[in-house]
Design a binder for this molecule. Structure first.
Ligand SMILES: [Mg+2]
Length: 242
């Protein structure tokens, strides 16, 4: 069924939308990647319909999510599924918090001394950012870091090669886990997920085949729709809800 007809015919809908590169375009400084008026508007429109459950599922930390989207009546997921904020505004961790692995991983990330790179600390992850680096130097250092991190062979850790980031986080915490939180709560007859990078694959793969899985950017085998960029995604969402 075409997506708009499916939307109109459905009664209990779930939207799981990534933030960076999906709802909002990338910027050199991640702190500058703020939601546009158009993005806020579509989130408001969708969440105003009582048939819709809307969640933004991001790798960002809770504080950033609160600051950018905290005033909207939507659910928020931070750090790829580690924290869940209900509509009352309270954050809950979804797994026990162990941080023992951090010093060894930080030492490895600090070994990549590429101008413009920086390390972001999250409660359950460390992220090496290289968007501001000279591209070839950044890619080269990222490949080395991934090899070194994999040599650590920590079974509880996973290493993701994201969009100009190398991200180390705890296994079992992913966006798929975040999606299961909702899937266990009820029967949705319309599900739309949208994302732009490898961490969103976990989300796509956790959803039933009937879900609309929208990849932003290059197509993905686990998605069934592709849009070019955040602007096109917002148009798709606006067309559904108008
Ligand atoms: Mg993203």
């Amino acid at each position: 069924m075409p997506i708009r007809q499916h939307y109109l015919a459905s009664h209990k809908r779930l939207f799981l939308v990534d933030y960076d590169g999906t709802l909002v375009g990338f910027t050199d400084n991640p702190d500058d990647a703020l939601p546009t008026a158009a993005a806020l508007d579509i989130l408001k429109t969708l969440s105003a319909d009582s048939r819709n459950t809307v969640a933004v599922v991001s790798g960002r930390d809770c504080e950033f999510m609160d600051q950018t989207l905290g005033k909207l009546p939507i659910s928020l997921v931070a750090e790829h599924g580690l924290y869940f904020r209900d509509r009352s505004g309270t954050w809950h961790p979804t797994v026990p918090l162990n941080q023992d692995w951090k010093p060894a991983v930080r030492r490895i990330l600090e070994s990549a001394q590429v101008p413009g790179s920086f390390i972001e600390e999250k409660s359950m992850g460390l992220v090496w950012h290289y968007r501001r680096c000279e591209p070839a130097a950044g890619e080269h250092a990222a490949a080395h870091l991934i090899t070194d991190l994999e040599l650590l062979a920590e079974p509880e850790l996973k290493v993701a090669d994201g969009s100009k980031v190398v991200e180390v986080s705890i296994v079992g915490v992913d966006k798929g886990q975040a999606a299961r939180h909702w899937l266990e709560q009820g029967e949705y007859d319309f599900i739309l997920a949208a994302g732009d990078d490898t961490t969103d694959e976990d989300l796509f793969q956790s959803l039933p085949a009937t879900a609309h899985k929208v990849k932003v950017g290059a197509p993905s085998p686990s998605a069934n729709l592709t849009v070019a960029d955040p602007v096109e995604l917002l148009e798709l969402l606006r067309d559904l809800a108008h």
